[in-house]
Design a binder for this molecule. Structure first.
Ligand SMILES: *[C@@H]1O[C@H](CO)[C@@H](O)[C@H](O)[C@H]1NC(C)=O
Ligand SMILES: *[C@@H]1O[C@H](CO)[C@@H](O)[C@H](O)[C@H]1NC(C)=O
Ligand SMILES: *[C@@H]1O[C@H](CO)[C@@H](O)[C@H](O)[C@H]1NC(C)=O
Length: 170
């Protein structure tokens, strides 16, 4: 399997001290799991990073063009200097558990509305308000019937753990 590591993000600092999780981490695009015939791209995306956002449309075009010959796995990679990046990354994990097929839709929604979640837009908001704002945004994107489950996901330590593990894979 050919593997191309794409670091489509602002900056990566690799910390060799952390325990590395299994390679199963990440969200597969359209469930197109890599096989021996396909090329695998691994992307490390911060849903609130403008560089990740800008790299997505060309990558999506490539995925459409090459079809099953190209697989993509996205590892959510919240950067510490992006306000609320960890919360939005956790939202991706929560939505992935509720409906695997909706994860990329949510990622695209974050890319389209990044400005709502950092800087002045959230400067005076409590953490609880930000979590609620992101939970509503998430359920608007993946289906409002999921609101209660999304909200509950934010108090479930398992999703916090999954988000941390996923960060460490990078
Ligand atoms: C899951 O997401 C897909 C893609 O967005 C959607 O078509 C489907 O209806 C969703 N399923 C549920 C149970 O919400
Ligand atoms: C935050 O709240 C303070 C006090 O109410 C206000 O002066 C400030 O302009 C607010 N900042 C933003 C970015 O909304
Ligand atoms: C953010 O809010 C502060 C205080 O309200 C204001 O002085 C500043 O210009 C705002 N920054 C942006 C980028 O809008």
């Amino acid at each position: 399997m050919k593997s191309i590591m794409l670091l489509l993000l602002c900056v990566v600092h690799v910390n060799a001290q952390v325990t590395l999780p299994s390679r199963q981490d990440g969200f597969w695009y359209k469930n197109r799991i890599a096989n021996t015939e396909s090329i695998l791209i691994e992307a490390f995306f911060d849903s609130l990073c403008p560089y990740s956002r800008d790299s997505w449309p060309p990558l999506k075009l490539a995925l459409q063009h090459y079809g099953s010959r190209l697989s993509l796995v996205v590892h959510p990679f919240p950067l510490p200097y992006h306000d609320n990046a960890f919360i939005s990354s956790r939202a991706l994990h929560i939505s992935n558990q509720l409906n695997t097929s909706a994860t990329y839709r949510l990622l695209e929604s974050f890319f389209d509305h990044q400005g709502k979640f950092y800087g002045n837009a959230t400067f005076n908001l409590s953490r609880a308000s930000v979590v609620d704002k992101i939970a509503r945004f998430t359920s608007n994107s993946i289906g409002n019937s999921h609101y209660a489950a999304v909200k509950a996901g934010f108090t479930d330590p398992k999703t916090d753990h999954a988000t941390r593990i996923s960060f460490k894979v990078c």
